[in-house]
Ligand binder design. Structure first.
Ligand SMILES: C[S@@+](CC[C@H](N)C(=O)[O-])C[C@H]1O[C@@H](n2cnc3c(N)ncnc32)[C@H](O)[C@@H]1O
Length: 350
C-alpha cells in the first residue's frame, strides 16, 4: 500500500480516519501492517493490500469466492485474443475511438475508482495504453482476492492502488473520486440499486459514473439462467468449471453449423424478434447461454460461461429500473447504450 492511498482511505461505515502501523515496508510501500481506525476497529494490510472485507451475506460470499477462483486462472483469459475482445467490446459501448482516447478521458476526470476491478481486465485496456500517465490515480477495489491478481498484472503501471473491500461498504469519504468505473459488477452484489447508490456516494459532484449491468431477457432464457445456476450451486468451483465444458462445446457445435434461422414473425411472449439470426446466437439469446467464440480457446470460452453461471448473485434488470436508480443516485444520464446482454451507462453526478 502506497502513501497516496492512505490519504484517501477511511474506515468502512463510520468513515473514521485511519492510522497505519507498518510491520514490513518495501520502498515506499507497506507490505504488511495494521490500519487502526479512530472508531476503535482495525484492519490488516496483507501482501501490500488493505483488507476491509467482512462479508456476512452467504450469496455475496459465494459470489466473491467464484470470482476469486476464476480470476486466479490467468491462462483462461489473459491472452491477446481475450484482451482484444474486451477492448473492442468496451470501446464500442463506452463510445471511444481508441484506448488512448479513453485513457485521456479518465486522466481529465481526476481520481478514478474501478469498482469491482477483478483482475483489471477492463481497466487494463486503457491503463496499459500510452494515454495513461502517473498524473492520474487509479484505485481498484474488489471484494475478492482478484485484487491480488490485479496488483500482479499492474505492477509496472504508474499510480495504481488496490483495496479489498465491499462495494456496499466503501472505505472512502463522500465525493472522493472524479470518476467511478464499474464494468459488470453492480449486479453481482446483493442489490444492484444499493451498489449504484453506494458508488455514487464516493463520486464528486460533476464526476462521471460509467457502468455496465445485465439486462433482463425473455422468459425461457431467464428460466435456464436460474436453473443452471441452481444446478451447479452445490458443486465445488473445480466441478462447476468442468460442468461448463459440455455446455460450451454445445455452443461450439451450434456455431460450427453457420446456419441462419429466419424467424418469420416476432414471438413477443418469448422475447423473440423477427428476422434472420445465426442459429447459435438464436439459441443463446432466447433459450440458454451457450457462449462460443471461435477466436478464443476452449478454456477461454469455458471461463466466460463459468463467469455467467457460477456466481449466486447475477441480477438482471430493465432499462426503466436502471434509469430510475440513476435518478435516485443524482446521476444525469449522458449515454445509455442498450445491447442484448445489458446496459452501458455514462452519467454525471449533479
Ligand atoms: C465480471 S467481474 C468484472 C471485473 C472487472 N470489472 C472487469 O471488467 O474486468 C465482477 C467483479 O465484481 C466483483 N464483486 C462482486 N461483488 C462485489 C462487491 N460487493 N464489492 C466489490 N466487488 C465485487 C467480483 O469479485 C468480480 O471480480
Amino acid at each position: 500500500m502506497k502513501p497516496a492511498l492512505l490519504e484517501i482511505l477511511r474506515a468502512p461505515g463510520s468513515l473514521a480516519s485511519l492510522h497505519l502501523e507498518p510491520s514490513s515496508v518495501v520502498g515506499d510501500e507497506t507490505e504488511v501492517g495494521t490500519l487502526r481506525a479512530a472508531d476503535g476497529r482495525s484492519y490488516e494490510v496483507r501482501a501490500a493490500i488493505p483488507r476491509f472485507t467482512r462479508i456476512n451475506d452467504a450469496g455475496q460470499a459465494q459470489t466473491r469466492d467464484a470470482f476469486g477462483f476464476k480470476w486466479a486462472r490467468r491462462e483462461t483469459y489473459d491472452s491477446d485474443a481475450s484482451r482484444d475482445r474486451v477492448a473492442r467490446w468496451c470501446l464500442e459501448r463506452y463510445g471511444f475511438p481508441s484506448v488512448d482516447a479513453w485513457a485521456s478521458h479518465f486522466l481529465e476526470l481526476g481520481r478514478v475508482l474501478d469498482l469491482g476491478c477483478g483482475s483489471g481486465l477492463s481497466s487494463g485496456v486503457w491503463l496499459s495504453s500510452s494515454g495513461w500517465s502517473a498524473e492520474g490515480m487509479w484505485v481498484g477495489v474488489d471484494v475478492s482476492t482478484a485484487v491480488d491478481v490485479a496488483r500482479a498484472r499492474f505492477v509496472s503501471i504508474a499510480n495504481t492502488h488496490f483495496v479489498q473491500a465491499d462495494a456496499l461498504d466503501l472505505p472512502f469519504d463522500d465525493g472522493t473520486f472524479g470518476a467511478v468505473f464499474s464494468e459488470g459488477v453492480l449486479h453481482h452484489t446483493p442489490s444492484t440499486r444499493a451498489a449504484l447508490l453506494s458508488a455514487a456516494r464516493v463520486l464528486a459532484s460533476g464526476g462521471e459514473m460509467s457502468f455496465y449491468v445485465y439486462r433482463k431477457k425473455g422468459p425461457a432464457r431467464e428460466f435456464t439462467d436460474d436453473y443452471v445456476r441452481a444446478a451447479i450451486r452445490d458443486l465445488s468451483d473445480e466441478d462447476a468449471w468442468e460442468a461448463m465444458r459440455g455446455l460450451t462445446m454445445l455452443g461450439q457445435a451450434l456455431a460450427s453449423l453457420k446456419t441462419t434461422v429466419e424467424v418469420p414473425e416476432a414471438v413477443p411472449m418469448l422475447g423473440i424478434a423477427a428476422g434472420p439470426q445465426d442459429i447459435q446466437r438464436f439459441v443463446y439469446w432466447n433459450f440458454v447461454k451457450l457462449y462460443w467464440n471461435d477466436a478464443l480457446s476452449l478454456e477461454e470460452n469455458v471461463h466466460i460461461n463459468f463467469d455467467w453461471f457460477r456466481p449466486t448473485y447475477a441480477h438482471r434488470q430493465t432499462a426503466e429500473e436502471v434509469r430510475a436508480w440513476c435518478e435516485e443516485a443524482s446521476l444525469d444520464v449522458r449515454r445509455f447504450n442498450e445491447q442484448e446482454s445489458g446496459f452501458t451507462v455514462v452519467a454525471r453526478k449533479r
